[in-house]
Design a protein around this ligand. Structure first.
Ligand code: ATP
Ligand code: LTN
Length: 352
């Protein structure tokens, strides 16, 4: 992915009647607080969020309200929110350059979701792949799971985001967000920017080390295939040394060598060296040498992240202060959008 692509030019076409008050393009993304981040989350998502800071006005939030669309143990959710925040900060998300906050701390996400949901056809929601998949896996399905994409649309439209970095799996939710924005702009008057998904290429799909045909995922029952950012170095080394490889001894990316191809793309993503260069470097060497070098490179990249995580996670007062200042900045924007929307749909102004 080129640098130009992750620092989108400010010339974003806004619908007529929408003023571009922000000097920089607005980038927004959310992530559910799901415990430990893995190498796929890091290389496929967080590295890109980090690079977008500075050139864009970034809103990065922990989607705690989305998290409860499937049952959660309250004490675990609370712990995971802090732990995820500490991991994001350790990866380089910087409260001086981005607004980092918890969704539930800002008034406006659920309020806007209600308004948007009132004119969103039910059929649009029932078609969502994530709803169909997740509701199939659960005994009883809460209405929140169906409403999930509307809350996500509200998250994005509340800040008039131009670019939303997401993984492939969230593309459909971005499409419905665009449909919802366009419908509101048509039904009332131009109000929302219609956002673009931003899907990075580097590390877009890191596969499991134990089953390189499936993506690395925290819910993988075989945790040996998943490298977590906060795994100690000896654990990372063990997981990489025991990664499934292919028959033949050549270090080369190819469709019939999914294990080696995955290790090469991990190696390339953590070092910035091209796959072709790495193939040349390891020509004539065996899988053993190669895996040792991959483990060294991954550990060199992750160890500082893990050490920073340990520092941040000890300092709850600092984590709270990050959430506080992030929510304050986000709230100012959220109130503006919400009052505009309330006016447009015909609510009377709240008496002061
Ligand atoms: P689950 O195990 O529940 O499927 P997950 O590990 O896939 O979860 P998410 O929380 O759904 O992680 O994803 C957070 C972000 O990380 C998303 O932007 C997603 O696209 C990205 N991501 C997740 N897994 C990978 C992967 N293996 N390779 C690249 N990016 C990934
Ligand atoms: N659904 C997303 C998390 C999410 C999000 C958002 C992403 C919630 N609201 C707004 C981008 C923009 C997920 O599960 N990865």
């Amino acid at each position: 992915m080129s640098n130009a692509a992750i620092q989108p030019a400010p010339a974003v076409a806004l619908p007529a009647g929408v003023s571009a008050t922000a000097a920089k393009p607005i980038v927004l993304t959310g992530a559910q607080p799901s415990g430990k981040l893995h190498l796929g989350n890091y290389l496929g998502a967080v590295v890109n969020w980090d690079k977008m800071q500075g050139a864009n006005e970034c809103f990065y939030f922990i989607a705690d309200q989305h998290a409860i669309t499937v049952p959660k143990v309250p004490a675990e959710l609370r712990k995971n929110i802090y732990s995820c925040l500490a991991q994001y900060l350790a990866c380089g998300l910087d409260p001086q350059r981005s607004h980092i906050f918890a969704q539930s701390h800002v008034v406006g996400h659920t309020e806007l979701a209600w308004v948007l949901g009132c004119s969103c056809p039910l059929g649009w929601l029932e078609r969502m792949t994530q709803f169909k998949d997740k509701s199939r896996k659960q005994e009883s399905v809460g209405a929140g799971l169906l409403y999930y994409p509307i809350l996500m649309a509200a998250d994005i439209l509340l800040y008039n985001a131009h670019f939303v970095p997401v993984g492939e799996d969230q593309k459909q939710h971005l499409e419905i967000t665009r449909d919802i924005a366009e419908k509101f702009n048509r039904d009332y008057s131009p109000t929302f920017n219609v956002p673009e998904p931003f899907i990075g290429e580097t590390g877009a799909r890191i596969m499991s080390l134990q089953n390189p045909e499936t993506k690395m995922s925290k819910s993988d029952p075989n945790q040996n295939g998943v490298v977590f950012l906060i795994d100690p170095p000896d654990v990372v080394r063990k997981k990489i040394q025991s990664a499934v490889t292919d028959s033949g001894g050549e270090v080369r990316a190819a469709a019939d060598k999914p294990g080696i191809t995955n290790l090469l793309s991990i190696f390339s993503a953590v070092t910035g060296q091209s796959v072709a260069d790495l193939e040349n470097e390891f020509a004539g060497k065996g899988y053993g040498d190669f895996k040792r070098a991959v483990a060294d490179a991954v550990i060199a990249r992750l160890e500082p992240v893990r050490l920073r995580y340990e520092e941040f996670s000890k300092d709850t007062a600092y984590l709270d202060s990050v959430l506080k200042s992030g929510a304050e900045a986000a709230q100012r924007v959220a109130y503006k959008t919400l009052s505009k929307v309330y006016r447009k749909v015909g609510f009377v102004e709240r008496p002061r």
